[in-house]
Design a protein around this ligand. Structure first.
Ligand code: NAD
Length: 258
């Protein structure tokens, strides 16, 4: 179903973005990847075209879309995958304004910029897909990172808004909400490496996305248990807060993100 489709992926020099690009290429798609610095080495390895794109810059996102379309034709699937995370030194409001602002730009506004640039033509065609790599932290929380938790909740909220507004027009949105995945983001992170639900591979996330697209499903849970946690949270918020607080105590300050 992806043969010859034009696909663009941000934040794809490695990790989940690279795995998603590889999955689409294996299905016969033409893929453009981008990252802060042009991921040309990755592109050569997997058979994509590469561009530099700082997704916190509205114009740079537009330029990436233009360049991807010049290379591969009108974009069928845009994957807004780039993300950043910062810990909270000392207390929940402890991250700097700069880190909060960057989290908002990269984890939320980058998808708004891309959607604004690409939706008009998808509306005209009556087809297209928009994928947002949010996180389980957008449904639950990342202990020790309020800026990640808040902006990933916003990313899920924006994905829901896209789906609700455009699904009937033939434009499908898919929202990926993984727990811990073995990438640069989790390297050396004790709470990820020792997590009870396991550290999955980026290719597992890509496969979960493929299945969700084939089934026209909005929510992509590469860790199905997250659906259970989310249901329990909705049913009993007090138990959720209490349980997460216990988890924080168990982890101790040493294991919280820095
Ligand atoms: N690894 C996990 O456990 C996990 C879990 C849930 C969600 N996620 C999300 O998955 C996505 C991919 O992360 P990953 O785990 O593959 O880690 P990663 O560090 O390999 O990938 C993130 C990429 O985003 C890029 N990036 C950061 N700021 C950027 C900017 N301003 N412009 C362009 N690119 C920028 C980085 O250079 C990096 O290549 C992120 O959105 C992340 O929040 C990761």
């Amino acid at each position: 179903m992806f043969k010859n489709q034009s696909i663009a992926v941000t934040g794809a020099s490695g990790g989940i973005g690279r795995a998603i690009a590889e999955m689409f290429i294996a299905q016969g798609a033409k893929v453009a990847i981008s990252d802060l610095k042009s991921p040309s080495k990755t592109a050569d390895e997997i058979g994509a075209v590469a561009f530099a794109c700082d997704v916190s810059d509205d114009q740079a996102v537009r330029d990436f879309i233009d360049m991807a379309e010049a290379a591969n034709g009108p974009i069928d699937i845009f994957v807004s995958n780039a993300g950043v995370g910062f810990g909270d030194p000392e207390h929940a409001a402890g991250a700097s304004n700069e880190n909060w602002e960057l989290s908002w730009q990269v984890n939320v506004m980058s998808s708004v910029y891309a959607a604004r640039a690409i939706l008009p033509q998808m509306q005209e065609r009556g087809s297209g897909r928009f994928v947002i790599t949010a996180s389980a932290a957008g449904l639950l929380a990342q202990v020790g990172s309020a800026s990640y938790t808040a902006t990933k909740h916003a990313a899920v909220g924006f994905a829901e808004s896209l789906a609700i507004r455009h699904w009937d027009e033939g434009i499908k949105t898919h929202c990926i909400c993984p727990q811990y995945v073995r990438t640069n983001m989790t390297k050396g992170m004790a709470m990820a490496e020792g997590h009870q639900d396991g550290l999955i591979e980026p290719s597992d996330v890509a496969e979960a996305l493929k299945l969700a697209i084939e089934e026209d499903r909005f929510m992509v849970l590469s860790h199905p248990i997250v659906g259970e946690y989310f249901k329990n949270k909705a049913m009993n918020y007090e138990a959720y807060i209490g349980g997460m607080n216990k988890l924080k105590q168990k982890l101790g300050n040493d294991q919280l993100p820095t």
